[in-house]
Design a protein around this ligand. Sequence first.
Ligand code: BES
Ligand code: ZN
Ligand code: ZN
Length: 471
Amino acid sequence: MNIQLINNETKDFKKNLTIKIITEEKIKKAKFKKTFSKAGFNASQDSYFAMHGKSLLFCGVENYENDNIRSTIATVAKNIKSFDYKSISIEVDDKSIKPIIEGFILGGYEFNNYKSKPKKSKIKNIYLICENIEKLTDVFEEAIIISEATCFTRDLVNTIPEDLNPPKLAKLAKKLAKENSLECSILGEKELKTEKCNAMLAVGRASRHDSKLIHLSYKPKNAKKTISLIGKGLTYDSGGLSLKPATSMVTMKMDKAGACAVLGIIKAVSDLKLDIEVHAFVGAVENMIGGDAYKPDDVLTSRKGDTIEVRNTDAEGRLVLADVLDYAQDKVEADYLFDFATLTGACMVALGQYTTGIMGHNGNLKHNIRRSSTKAGELTASLPFNKYLKKQLKSDIADICNISNKPYGGAITAGLFLDNFIKDENKEKWLHFDIAGSAYTESPWDCNVHGGTGAGVRFMSEFIKNLSTKS
Ligand code: BES
Ligand code: ZN
Ligand code: ZN
């Protein structure tokens, strides 16, 4: 699908479907109100009505807020694929252009790599009609770049564990580095041993694939700030010896979504050519079972030097992140340190499956991220740390335990475990994003379709854009 920004005058298309967004309020005075009423179309949010005789399609919104526009266009994009038109057109202005582009690209997204006969949409072109192309060019290009980076992340999340194991993820990162002129370094198991990343190595020990620590960096001239992004890249999480029940194991290819998000973000920032230095660190590991598997009762010595009592091998993400966070803090002196991880089922229990959990010590930074996410149309909410929950991670035999001794507040205790590996001087710079619920869906919502959602890419790109002088 090719999206073009065009001028008012060039409107003479053949086999074109014109899309119009309409509210319940406006429908009462609309030209076709009798036809609408006969068809039972009342312009409620996400409803649509096609008048093929006139090559027109109306879609409903509660009001013209961005979230509503994105959602109704996403519904249209999902449902018109079999329509027999060559193109579609819609009028845009400086406010509606972004949600309209997101609706088409993200709502129309399909992952067909494993279908032997994927259905092809007949619609080849989307024309966004505006009065002043020059005025809208920047936001047009920006919305396309961020939406495409989100789809890039979705593609990776949706790829099966056989096709995207840790070495393959490292190879893919190298390719991204080449395409986007990023620096790239990859640590294999030998280097990880030298680095004393024993917690990370333990998680991957029973896998037939080598674990990899991937480091990509985007270094523009005169960078205004430096950001380190750290992603949980469990290319598969079987739970290890604390094996997941069969039904919980399905979808665990998505346990690499944090890694895929940080790759998508560095792609977006480098495509946007923002003057912000960005580092993406990924812990790519597969959590499997076998004679060589790490066990509940093991005590691991992390890169930081703290010992960790393992009581559950399914709480593996935090072990990988403990070492990668420590490595990232030693390698780069960043102004911000953000980790993305499908870390806990408890986050979904706390917030529902649509919302990313934000944890950390810096209230102001959390507030700014919340603002960016509202602007970008992603749901986020803050989960508060407290010292009593921290005590639940005490171990009788080691420095810290990898699970809490109580069944409540699991998203926060996981965040507090990570906090143990954040150096004092970085406490205010760090936030942890639990995307366990928001990164993947089995039923469509908003502009998301079955599979990876690309959670994190839009709100972090928005945040970084605001730090940049280009914004
Ligand atoms: N990858 C899972 C968390 C997860 C669960 C993500 C469901 C997405 C959907 C993580 O490694 C895990 O298994 N966490 C455990 C922690 C527990 C053992 C303390 C969990 O959430 O049950
Ligand atoms: Zn797990
Ligand atoms: Zn996991």
